[in-house]
Design a protein around this ligand. Structure first.
Ligand code: NAI
Length: 306
């Protein structure tokens, strides 16, 4: 399989490394910066014999090299600086995402598009609209990352193996995201039985702030290791046709009472992209939180299109 990654920055280059070193796919890394993707690709090629794999990676500034991709991952755009919200990136990143989507989909019209650029849900919509493909062909990466963050914080709080913890976060990838403690478990036991309300509220808050916490620490940009891992999981589900149930920004057409918007919900991801959406039975408060988050995505989408 061939995966093209647009944007050879922190997330794009880390994902490229994971894809080839875990032997999942060959990679084309495209960036507007001359020399950057070529340098990263050459460096990774020189590590090939040391890492013991034979996957190929090509670094380029020319979208012609992406032709025939099975998956296209879009990470091009600005990351946040300390004090910025994801929404502050709208205008600049909208221009970039529209431009690169047009160029990439023209060479790989059948490819599944995974959007990573922030603000995520808005960029996923713009990529879909620009690509002119069925909505199932476009996914946004966020829910996998936000859920992994919550999973980590639960494991730290309870001092248990993170592999025993399962967590779920829905909604837009922003300050109003919707962590669902009722659907978080340790070996099947709901955390609502293991932790008191105050502790759960702290974990929920830390998850909503998970991206900003890392931006504050790094000062130079945002998180990239866990984002690359969460994107890798989606690519793997597509390439191996796994029907993996995970939250992802998906086009909603009435599901959860939300229409004509990309927002994070659980869906089955396989080689066709976004498969069946699973509709959880939410409490009134959870549903309200999801709708509030979706409305903020809708407002930002209007800003992006203006
Ligand atoms: P970065 O600054 O390290 O890399 C971005 C790359 O995009 C740069 O190399 C830049 O040259 C390139 N680029 C800019 N315009 C381009 C164009 N027109 N064509 C091709 N390449 C272009 O940023 P980083 O940390 O890799 O983050 C990338 C994006 O992903 C940001 O918008 C960030 O906010 C977002 N992100 C989203 C996450 C999510 O959960 N959805 C998690 C982490 C990051």
């Amino acid at each position: 399989p061939l995966v093209s990654i647009v944007g050879a920055g922190k997330v794009g280059s880390t994902l490229a490394q994971r894809l080839i070193e875990k032997h999942l796919a060959d990679v084309v890394l495209v960036d507007i910066a001359v020399g950057l993707p070529q340098g990263i690709a050459l460096d990774l090629l020189e590590a090939r014999s040391l890492e013991g794999h034979d996957r190929h990676i090509c670094g380029t500034n020319d979208f012609a090299d992406t032709a025939g991709s099975d998956v296209i991952v879009i990470t091009a755009g600005l990351p946040r600086k300390p004090g910025m919200s994801r929404d502050d990136l709208i205008a600049t990143n909208a221009r970039i995402v529209v431009d690169v989507t047009r160029q990439a989909i023209a060479r790989s019209p059948e490819a599944i598009l995974i959007v990573v650029t922030n603000p995520l849900d808005v960029m996923a919509y713009l990529a879909w609209e620009t690509a002119g493909v069925p909505p199932q062909q476009v996914l946004g990466m966020a829910g996998g990352l936000d859920s992994a963050r919550l999973q980590t914080f639960i494991a730290l709080e309870l001092n248990v193996d993170v592999a025993e913890v399962s967590a779920l976060v829905l909604g837009g990838h922003g300050d109003l995201m919707v962590p669902l403690p009722r659907y978080c478990t340790v070996r099947g036991v709901p955390i609502t039985e293991l932790l008191d309300e105050a502790a759960i509220a702290r974990l929920v808050e830390r998850t909503r702030n998970g991206g900003a916490e890392i931006v504050q620490l790094l000062k130079t940009g945002g998180a990239f290791y866990a984002p690359a891992s969460a994107t890798y999981q989606m690519v793997e589900a597509i390439v191996h046709d796994r029907a993996r149930l995970m939250p992802a920004a998906t086009y909603l057409n009435g599901e959860y009472g939300i229409t004509d918007l990309f927002v994070g919900v659980p869906c089955f991801i396989d080689r066709r992209g976004a498969g069946k959406i699973h509709e959880l039975s939410l409490t009134a408060a959870e549903r309200h939180a999801l709708h509030t988050s979706a409305e903020s995505v809708r407002t930002n989408l209007a800003i992006a299109r203006a």
